[in-house]
Write a protein that binds this ligand. Structure first.
Ligand code: ADP
Length: 403
C-alpha cells in the first residue's frame, strides 16, 4: 500500500510518499511560495536526481495537482497511476480536546477542525486547505488526520489546567494542550523497542529539541505532562521563543514600551529565546560556533538554554516519582553532543551517567549514550513524524476496509 503524507502550511506544502510494505520513502518534496509569484516545487525521488520547477501556483489545489504530476511524471515520477495512492495522511497541529487519536476524514471531522481554527489560527486553516485540495484532486481516496496534540490528551487535569478562573476553561477551552505529540509518541515507542521492554512499563522523559522545543513526561507509556501549553510558546527557552516567563512581564512591558498586543506577541515568539540572549542567531550551530570563538553572549544563551532543560527534567522526574529513560530528539537533540553533555552532566544525582564516547558518535539510528551502569538510560532517537502519520493512516484505512 502506498500512502502520501502531507504537511500543509499557509504558503507551503511538504509531502512524502511511503511504500508501507517496507516503510520506505519513494519520494519526498515540497511546494513553496504558494500564492506568490514564482512558486517552487522541489521533488526528490528516492533513486533519481532532485527536480526543481518554478511556476505559478496560486492555491493549494494547484499545489497538490503539481505534486501528483511530479509523482506520475514519466522521467522523474515514481508511480504509474494515481490509483496506486491508497490513502493520504495529513499532519494537523491542533486537535483540541475533541481528537484524542488519529481519525479518517469525514464531514464531521472537517467541521471539528474548522471549530478549532481559533486555537491554531496560523496552522489549522492551512491544514484544511490541504485536505480540501486532496479531496478536489483525488475525490475517491480516503484521508486521515494525525494531530500534534492527540498524544497529550492522556494528561490528567492536574497537568493540563491552569490556576486561573475556571470559567476561562469552560468558555474558551483555555488549558494546556501540548505539541510535538507525534514526535514524542514516535520516539517513546522506538525507545521502548530499543530497550526491549513494553512501553507501558517505563517512565520516560523525552526532549524534542529543534527550533521549537518541548519536554514530555511519559508515565507508563502515556503523556503525563508536557512543557508546551495552550500554545507552543510555553516551556523551554527556544530558538526565537521565550518559553516560561513571569506573565506579569507582558502588561508591564506593554505599558513601558507602548507596545500593542500583536507586537508583544511577536516579541515573545520571534525575537526572544536564544536569538535575543546571544544577540546573534536562533540556530544552535551558529551559537556553538560563536562559543568556540569566545563569544560570551552565545555562551550565556547556551547555558540558559541547557539550564532550563535540566530544570524541566528535574521537575518531571519529581512529577513521576522517578524515571527510567531520557530521550533526545529533533535537530538539536539528535545532532548536538555538546548540548546533550551540558544537560546530562547536571543530572548525575538521578543515577544518570553519560558515556562520552558514545555521545560523540554520529548516527542516524536510535542508540544508547549512557554507560552500562547508568540507572537511567539515555537514548538518542531520530524522530520521524511523517512515518508515524503514514503508519496511523495505514492502520485506519485497513481497519475501515475490514469494516
Ligand atoms: P524544526 O523545529 O524547525 O523542525 P529542527 O528539528 O530541524 O527544527 O531543528 C533545527 C535546529 O537544529 C537548528 O537550531 C539547528 O541549528 C539545529 N541543528 C541541526 N544540526 C545541528 C548540529 N549538527 N549541531 C547543532 N545543532 C544542529
Amino acid at each position: 500500500m502506498k500512502i502520501l503524507v502531507i504537511n500543509a502550511g499557509s504558503s507551503s506544502l511538504k509531502y512524502q510518499l511511503y511504500n508501507m510494505t517496507e516503510e520506505s520513502v519513494l519520494a519526498s518534496g515540497r511546494v513553496e511560495r504558494i500564492g506568490m509569484d514564482s512558486s517552487i516545487l522541489t521533488h526528490e525521488p528516492a533513486d533519481k536526481p532532485e527536480v526543481r520547477e518554478v511556476s505559478e501556483i496560486l492555491d493549494h489545489v494547484t499545489a497538490v495537482k503539481k505534486v501528483l504530476d511530479a509523482l506520475l511524471h514519466p522521467v522523474h515520477g515514481v508511480l504509474q497511476s494515481m490509483n496506486e495512492i491508497e490513502a493520504v495522511g495529513h499532519r494537523i497541529v491542533h486537535g483540541g480536546e475533541v481528537f484524542k487519536s488519529s481519525v479518517l476524514v469525514n464531514a464531521e471531522v472537517k467541521l471539528e477542525i474548522r471549530n478549532l481554527f481559533d486555537l491554531a489560527p496560523l496552522h489549522n486553516p492551512a491544514h484544511m486547505m490541504g485536505i480540501v485540495a486532496v479531496e478536489t484532486n483525488m475525490p475517491d481516496v480516503p484521508q486521515a488526520v494525525v494531530f500534534d496534540t492527540a498524544f497529550h490528551q492522556t494528561m490528567p487535569n492536574t497537568s493540563y489546567l491552569y490556576p486561573i478562573p475556571r470559567v476561562l476553561y469552560r468558555r474558551h477551552k483555555v488549558r494546556r494542550y501540548g505539541f510535538h505529540g507525534t514526535s514524542h509518541q514516535y520516539v517513546s515507542e522506538q525507545g521502548a523497542k530499543l530497550l526491549g521492554v513494553p512501553l507501558e512499563s517505563l517512565n520516560m522523559i523525552s526532549c524534542h529539541i529543534g527550533n521549537g522545543a518541548s519536554v514530555t513526561a511519559i508515565k507508563d507509556g502515556k503523556s503525563f505532562d508536557t512543557s508546551m501549553g495552550m500554545t507552543p510558546l510555553e516551556g523551554l527557552m527556544m530558538g526565537t521563543r521565550s518559553g516560561d516567563i513571569d506573565p506579569a512581564i507582558v502588561p508591564y512591558v506593554m505599558n513601558k514600551e507602548e507596545l500593542t498586543m500583536s507586537e508583544v506577541n511577536s516579541m515573545l515568539n520571534k525575537h526572544s529565546g536564544m536569538l535575543a540572549i546571544s544577540g546573534l542567531s536562533s540556530d544552535m550551530r551558529e551559537v556553538q560556533e560563536a562559543i568556540d570563538e569566545g563569544d560570551k553572549n552565545a555562551k550565556l544563551a547556551f547555558d540558559m538554554y541547557t539550564y532550563r532543560m535540566r530544570k524541566y527534567i528535574g521537575a518531571y522526574a519529581a512529577a513521576m516519582n522517578g524515571f527510567d529513560v531520557l530521550i533526545f530528539t529533533a535537530g538539536v537533540g539528535e545532532n548536538s553532543s555538546i548540548l546533550r553533555k551540558a544537560v546530562c552532566d547536571g543530572l548525575t544525582f538521578f543515577g544518570l551517567e553519560l558515556d562520552d564516547a558514545k555521545n560523540a558518535e554520529r548516527s542516524k539510528e536510535p542508540r544508547y549514550i549512557s554507560t552500562e551502569s547508568s540507572r537511567v538510560k539515555v537514548l538518542v532517537v531520530p524522530t520521524n513524524e511523517e512515518l508515524l502519520i503514514a503508519r496511523d493512516t495505514y492502520k485506519l484505512v485497513q481497519a475501515n476496509a475490514k469494516g
